[in-house]
Ligand binder design. Sequence first.
Ligand SMILES: O=C(O)CCC(=O)C(=O)O
Ligand SMILES: [Fe+2]
Length: 272
Amino acid sequence: MPPHFDTIDAIVDFDRYPIKDLDSEGARRVLETCHATMASRGACRLEGFIRPEALEAMVREAEGLFPQAFRHDEQFRVYVAENIPEGLSADDPRRVLARSAQACIAWDLFGPGAILRRLYEWDGLTDFLQAVLGKSTLFRSADPINACSISYTETGGELGWHFDSADFSVTLQMQAPDAGGEFQFAPNTRSDENENYGTVRRILDGDPEGVISSKSPPGTLSVFRGHKSLHRVTPVAGAKPRITAILTYADEPGFVGKSYSHKVFFGRETAG
Ligand SMILES: O=C(O)CCC(=O)C(=O)O
Ligand SMILES: [Fe+2]
């Protein structure tokens, strides 16, 4: 009989990450590690978060959805969706554009029994992430299109350097490509007090100092504060695409994203 994934226990490796009861000793230990790396680097990674059999089935689901994915290949500002003053000097990093070339599957294309849907809709994950981030509230996004989505980065594709508009992001690495597709992250590139344009410029020009490269094994859940830390996904090569799920959250219930991102990343016309 093929394995079933109708309970969260079959999906999340609770032996390794006992986070079902956040008050348990095991959960406290997991949270301690996450808090430490969130504080020092603005990021944390949980390798092997998804059980191998569930991950395999998740990848098959993602492959099944792939023909419906919307492709984009566009230039974006590094400072995504931020107001950029006019008359900036030629070398100001706020003028720089970066390339994003990926294919994406919207949330409303996931079937009712999709494993990724079960994971995202499990309240325990939202509660765990709230604890990791030390927030007083956290809600799943109500966006029908990008609440939880899948990005496929095919050969020649990439996601150029940028600061996220959201305060933090959560990703699940599902499939690593044959080559490239590394996640590069410059922890705490900027702060509320200091934009550090010089550092941003230096990284955009290719200086690797202060940049951490990671190739997360499939099954890794990552949380990172991408609004303050410049990051990118390097170009992918080879037949196998990089497949990543992006899970989004908000401090308030009922959050719906911007229509321009629905159009650019998912090819949808929406209001708002
Ligand atoms: O795919 C990744 O690992 C990062 C994605 C990302 O930076 C984003 O969605 O803003
Ligand atoms: Fe990002």
